[in-house]
Each structure stands twice: as structure tokens, then as C-alpha cells.
Design a protein around this ligand. Structure first.
Ligand code: ZN
Length: 134
């Protein structure tokens, strides 16, 4: 069961510069900057109502975010959908023939368990499933 849009992931070249815009100009408030070693990124989450914006900067040229920016430039990189039971959801999507990038959830920012679906199956939108204790 999908619950809500958990966050929208935005790839940026420079997190501090992006935060200046989102915080000082737009007036959103960021949580502390977090490094996610597994994906070679640093992340700031900006809560906004039921959802968040997730600003993401690569900390290594091998990061998927660095590659994304190289090919497509800065901008919306993924949409994260909150689910109750990520294993069950992955299994059911797999059974329906959806291509999965992650068959097993991994840890993302804020201690969430996340898994990506392949854009080939989702009309070229990188969808993240995300499960988190509130
Ligand atoms: Zn995300």
C-alpha cells in the first residue's frame, strides 16, 4: 500500500549553494546534512507539509548522482513513495514483472529503508520505495 509522496529527490552540484536558495530565498528549513556512504552522496531534507524535498549532492564522481548530472544536468532525479512493508511491495511488483534496481532494501537518508524501481518499467521516472518509522 502506498501512503504518500515521501519526498522528491533533486540532484544539485553544490548542496550549500542550493540550500542558500531553498532556505534563505524560499524560507524552507533543512534538517542537518547527512552523508550516505553507500550511495556516495550528501543529503539535506527540507520538510514541506506531508512530504519533503531532498537535495542531493555527489561526494564522489562514481556516485549515481554525479552521473545523472553529467547526462541530464541538475534537477528532479527521483520521486519517493512511502510504503508500509517494503519487502512485500517489492515482491508483489516483481511478480507483476516490474524491473527492480534493488531486490533487497538498503538504507537511505534519515534511517529509511529504500529500494529503487527501474525507470524502464515506470515511464522513465526513477521511483524510490521508502519505508520509515515515524
Ligand atoms: Zn530519495
Amino acid at each position: 500500500m502506498f501512503k504518500k509522496i515521501d519526498h522528491i529527490g533533486i540532484a544539485v552540484k553544490n548542496l550549500e549553494e542550493a540550500l542558500q536558495f531553498y532556505e534563505e530565498i524560499l524560507g524552507l528549513k533543512s534538517t542537518k546534512i547527512e552523508i550516505v556512504e553507500d550511495q556516495k552522496i550528501k543529503v539535506a531534507l527540507l520538510p514541506l507539509g506531508e512530504s519533503k524535498l531532498e537535495l542531493i549532492q555527489a561526494i564522489d564522481p562514481d556516485s549515481p548522482i554525479a552521473k545523472f548530472i553529467e547526462v541530464r544536468g541538475e534537477g528532479i532525479q527521483h520521486i519517493a513513495l512511502r510504503v508500509n512493508n517494503i519487502e512485500k511491495k517489492l515482491k508483489s511488483l516483481d511478480e507483476k514483472g516490474v524491473r527492480l534496481i534493488d531486490r533487497v532494501p538498503r538504507y537511505g537518508a534519515g534511517g529509511a529503508r529504500i529500494a529503487f524501481l527501474h525507470p524502464k518499467s515506470t515511464f522513465n521516472v526513477l521511483l524510490e520505495l521508502c519505508e520509515k518509522e515515524e
